[in-house]
Design a protein around this ligand. Sequence first.
Ligand SMILES: [Zn+2]
Length: 53
Amino acid sequence: MKIGIHCDQSIKDGEGYMEIDKMSPSAGGTTLYRHDRSCKAVPTQTTQVSVHH
Ligand SMILES: [Zn+2]
């Protein structure tokens, strides 16, 4: 299973993602993944937006 490093959520089949090669000698070439779409800082509560017409 792939886990997006930004949101810590699983990346499902069919979802767009990018591979990130972590060039760390200690990691031994671990490949990380992130969602292709912007998914970090997902608001958990409705932001109060004041719209003035
Ligand atoms: Zn994500």
